[in-house]
Ligand binder design. Sequence first.
Ligand code: NI
Length: 264
Amino acid sequence: MVDVHCHLNFKAFEEDCNDVIKRAKKEGVEIIINTGTSLETSARAVELANQYDNLYAIVGIHPHHADKLEDGWEEKIRKIAQSKKVIGIGEIGLDYYSYKSNGIVDPKIQKEVFLTQIQIAYELNLPLQIHNRHAGEDIIEILKENKDKLHKIPGMFHCFAGALDVLSQALDLGFYIGFDGNITYKGLAPGETVSLPDLCRNTPIERILTETDAPFLSPEPKRGGRNEPSYVIITGGKIAEIKAISQKEVDLKTTQNAKTVFNI
Ligand code: NI
């Protein structure tokens, strides 16, 4: 299996990153992709990828950091993105959800930073890894307006949530769809109207990617604790159950999908 989106580059893994990577490999996680959210964590994702054969990096500025950027950030991220093991630009996008730890960043600034990074991905021939929370319609609109800057395989929506209509438009644009450990949770997340299993049912297996978003979103029965890439197997099991196919088939298809999207 592949974990296409986690954050071993975050502090939560400072102490035992090596053990976590080894454990994932032993459990059958073939490839781990660490995603940056800022210049610092993007650089750290590259540093990690350079230390392990089966690790890759996706680099970019998360919408939460869009209003904390200094002049010249574009050139810095462009430079980091040219490292050999960088396979995508992310996590980039829009977030209109008000968190306890982070209010809503001015949508105008979020959009500017998103657009700049779509341009960088276009120039560097890299797919996008999109973060969307309660902003699906605006994201789809931006992607449609910038269709000429999307590659043949444009990338993926990470940790997909939202309306069925947003899902179908993302699929029409050619995007792949990532599901995480929260697909095992009962009920709906705040403000959502469609359950994750229903979104999964409406996504062809040929377009599904598996991810953890570790250290966040631990699947049941690990919920509440630190998530890690080896738990992507639990998410694979849940997808198998939803799709009524074998876990082996989920493993084979989603691994192939990840290799296709990220050209690895
Ligand atoms: Ni993330």
